[in-house]
Design a protein around this ligand. Structure first.
Ligand code: SF4
Length: 179
């Protein structure tokens, strides 16, 4: 519904929404880069996420402070967008060449988060919040399976598959505890 409204009635509206999203994302990422207590991102693209954050901080952070002037920050994001997209279950470290959400005819500039394949895509990185969200998802699958006496065999099988994939992913990408 939003797509139709933004796409047909006023294309300038879409640009405005995207610019606001980019600014909010830039502020979030710049804040993240200044958090010295933050555990490093893990996951397939965790190291790349950290490298992009560090590079972005070189542009958007001065003397440990994020640029507060909105016009300036907008300009910085426009020129030095790290193309990191925070989500609930993952942080997308967007690289179109390996994006599983992309279709040949779709736009290349941004990920299609609604079609994300978080457990399979090499663009996925995990913050602590992302990992906790995946752990909650795993627990909800356990609950559904434990109480699912009457589940249809196909549904039970799909839930078991999801459980296995989620647990394996978390095992593979849980960082070693710091000594
Ligand atoms: S599938 Fe997910 S992680 Fe991969 S590029 Fe798309 S949104 Fe990012």
């Amino acid at each position: 519904m939003f797509e139709g409204y933004a796409g047909t009635s006023d294309s300038g509206f879409r640009d405005e929404v995207e610019a606001e999203d980019a600014l909010a994302r830039g502020q979030y990422l710049a804040d993240m880069s200044t958090d010295g207590d933050r555990p490093a991102l893990s996951g397939p693209a965790g190291a790349e996420a950290e490298a992009r954050l560090a590079e972005f901080a070189r542009q958007a952070v001065f003397d440990g402070q994020v640029v507060t002037d909105e016009v300036r920050l907008r300009r910085i994001v426009a020129r030095h967008d790290p193309h990191l997209y925070p989500g609930t279950f993952l942080t997308c470290v967007y690289n179109p060449d390996r994006a599983l959400c992309r279709t040949p005819s779709g736009p290349a500039q941004t990920p299609l988060m609604a079609d994300c394949q978080p457990l399979a895509c090499r663009n996925a990185a995990l913050t602590t919040d992302n990992r906790q969200a995946l752990e909650r998802h795993l627990a909800s699958l356990d609950t559904a399976l434990a109480g699912g006496e009457g589940l249809a065999p196909y549904v039970r099988h799909r839930l078991q598959e999801q459980r296995h994939e989620t647990a394996s992913f978390l095992t593979r990408h849980t960082p070693e505890p710091t000594p």
